[in-house]
Design a protein around this ligand. Structure first.
Ligand SMILES: [Zn+2]
Length: 127
């Protein structure tokens, strides 16, 4: 017999959200990547990377190292994005690039391109 509880419903909704995100991302020719389920994201300063222990009640915090005041959820989102970027760079899937239009500008947007050494290409070279 099937049992339904809050956690199962939440898992199903998250599964649906990730499925839709994956579909839409790949439809646009972009990369869909999930970071590890147990990767720490909450309480990491988005400015300097300092780790903090937060309780569920702590919606905002001031970084102990750089003193910036941050929202718990936004800093966690930035941390997840950074972890994902590092995962894809480490796997050789993307490389950080500096567009010509931004080379002399003080404001730089992060831009990634698919790495020329695509996954599996090293096998083709060896064969
Ligand atoms: Zn900080």
């Amino acid at each position: 017999m099937q049992k339904f509880n809050g956690s199962m419903v939440a898992d199903n909704v998250m599964g649906l959200i990730t499925q839709l995100s994956k579909y839409k991302t790949e439809l646009e020719g972009k990369i869909y990547h999930e970071i590890g389920r147990f990767e720490k994201s909450t309480g990491i300063c988005s400015e300097c990377g300092q780790h903090h222990v937060l309780t569920l009640k702590d919606r905002n915090f001031t970084c102990l190292a750089c003193r910036t005041y941050q929202g718990r959820d936004l800093s966690a989102a930035k941390s997840i994005a950074k972890t994902g970027e590092l995962d894809l760079i480490a796997a050789g899937i993307v490389a950080r690039v500096n567009p010509i239009s931004q080379q002399k500008s003080a404001i730089k947007t992060k831009v990634f391109e698919l790495s020329e050494l695509a996954v599996g290409s090293e096998k083709k070279v060896a064969a």
